[in-house]
Design a protein around this ligand. Structure first.
Ligand SMILES: Cc1cc2nc3c(=O)[nH]c(=O)nc-3n(C[C@H](O)[C@H](O)[C@H](O)COP(=O)(O)OP(=O)(O)OC[C@H]3O[C@@H](n4cnc5c(N)ncnc54)[C@H](O)[C@@H]3O)c2cc1C
Length: 393
């Protein structure tokens, strides 16, 4: 077997050029560090069907990094209409309640990655594509990163390795097997057109089989419909007309009459949490550190705040101290509360609203009605969803 070829990495090597890894690269370079970004795909550009709701707080971070997509690529969410199927109670959270121009923005995953790639090309960050990392080995003073196979195998050493691989086998091999609770639900995603323009309104409807969300996107909606795998596979296979009739029956007519659907596909859903997100001279962020249900649209937002937190603690750190115990402990402290709150809130929404216990619909209905009557609680919830929970430390 041929030995892997040693090469030189900058002081920080980021594994994974998805939206979180790319944002971390931009921020860490801005903090004055040399950064190498390793992406498995042959190109940095993504080919993904996901549509993401990005919170107002994340917009501010991305704008600061010079990576906010063009106006034509993003659709503002100005209000969110929350209901539960078959029971009373609703609440409407508005941008006005929260004192911001929009609660969030909907865009294609691919458009977000494109904006980040444009920003990367204007920096001196070294980007290596086609680099599927196979092993990350932390040492006392550095971390070794191996990628490629056979004749193309290479490795380098960095003062700090940042894993942003989306939570794949590599993360488990480096940081230990994450605690995993697969949901009984999977998510169907599609684009649906109705006879009414969305006008910035998003819908979150909780049902015993799982939540259904409609996000305003351009002149139509991005649909996320959760259910068991068997239910969702059957829905994906239905002819368009029958699918639309089912959706109408399930969702009601609050968004108008469903007219067209395209690009149906589905994603598995799981809650995966890495217990210890640091190793000497290594840290995992974004989906690598936790993968969540998309119900509250928090996954990327939380991951982006991981990236921003890491950049904050790396600010002013010398080359020698990069990735040392003190720096990584500061990172863990800074992110602990927001991470716990984001994971806890999302999990509580999924399990609380899908639970069929007899008294729960009544309690949930009362909670939604109370929230609708109390602007202060709507504002508090909206601000947590938009900006996360700051650290006490
Ligand atoms: C249906 C659905 C809807 C969602 N909706 C929302 C939403 O509305 N709002 C929200 O905030 N979040 C949402 N999310 C979650 C969001 O998509 C993720 O949190 C986000 O993509 C995480 O970004 P990431 O960069 O950490 O990981 P990823 O996006 O998974 O990117 C990981 C990158 O690492 C690369 N990679 C993987 N392995 C290696 C390797 N060994 N070597 C080198 N590179 C590697 C991959 O090619 C990829 O480019 C949703 C998720 C789903 C499934």
């Amino acid at each position: 077997m041929k030995a892997a070829k040693g090469t030189v990495c900058k002081d920080i090597a980021i594994v994974g050029g998805g939206p979180v890894g790319a944002a971390a690269a931009l921020g860490l370079a801005r903090a004055g560090h040399g950064v190498t970004l390793l992406e498995a795909r042959a190109s940095m550009l993504a080919d993904d069907r996901r549509t993401l709701a990005i919170a107002y707080g994340s917009k501010l971070i991305l704008e600061d990094l010079g990576a906010w997509p063009a106006v034509s690529e993003v659709t503002p969410i100005t209000n969110i209409h929350v209901t539960q199927k078959g029971h009373f109670g609703q609440t409407v959270i508005t941008a006005e309640d929260a004192g911001v121009p929009a609660l969030g923005y909907v865009m294609r995953y691919n458009a977000l990655v494109e904006a980040l790639v444009r920003a990367l090309t204007a920096t001196s960050i070294e980007v290596i594509t086609g680099a599927a990392v196979t092993r990350v080995t932390p040492h006392e003073d550095k971390t070794e990163i191996h990628w490629g196979e056979g004749a193309t195998a290479q490795f380098c050493a960095a003062r700090l390795a940042v894993l942003a691989d989306g939570g794949r086998a590599l993360t488990a091999a480096t940081f230990g097997t994450p605690k995993e609770s697969p949901y009984t639900q999977v998510a169907l995603v599609a684009q649906v057109h109705t006879d009414e323009m969305p006008h910035g309104r998003a819908y979150e409807r909780f049902t015993p089989s799982g939540p259904v969300a409609l996000l305003p996107f351009e002149r139509h909606y991005a649909l996320v419909w959760t259910g068991t795998q068997a239910e969702v596979e059957a829905l994906v296979a239905l002819p368009d007309e029958i699918f639309l009739t089912r959706l109408q029956r399930y969702f009601g007519d609050r968004a108008g009459q469903f007219l067209r659907v395209n690009a149906r596909s589905w994603f598995p859903l799981t809650l995966k949490v890495v217990k210890q997100v640091t190793r000497p001279h290594a840290v995992c962020i974004g989906n690598a550190a936790k993968t969540m249900h998309p119900v509250a649209g928090q996954g990327f937002n939380l991951g982006l705040r991981d990236a921003a937190g890491l950049c904050r603690v790396a600010q002013g750190v010398s080359r020698e101290s990069l990735g040392d115990a003190d720096m990584l402990a500061r990172y863990v402290r800074l992110r602990a509360r927001d991470r716990r709150a984001g994971i806890g809130l999302t999990h509580a929404l999924v399990t609380g609203f899908s639970n069929r216990l007899p008294l729960l619909p009544l309690l949930r209905g009362n909670a939604l009605t109370a929230m609708n009557l109390l602007p202060i609680t709507r504002r508090a919830l909206a601000r947590v969803m938009m900006f996360g929970v700051s650290s006490r430390g």
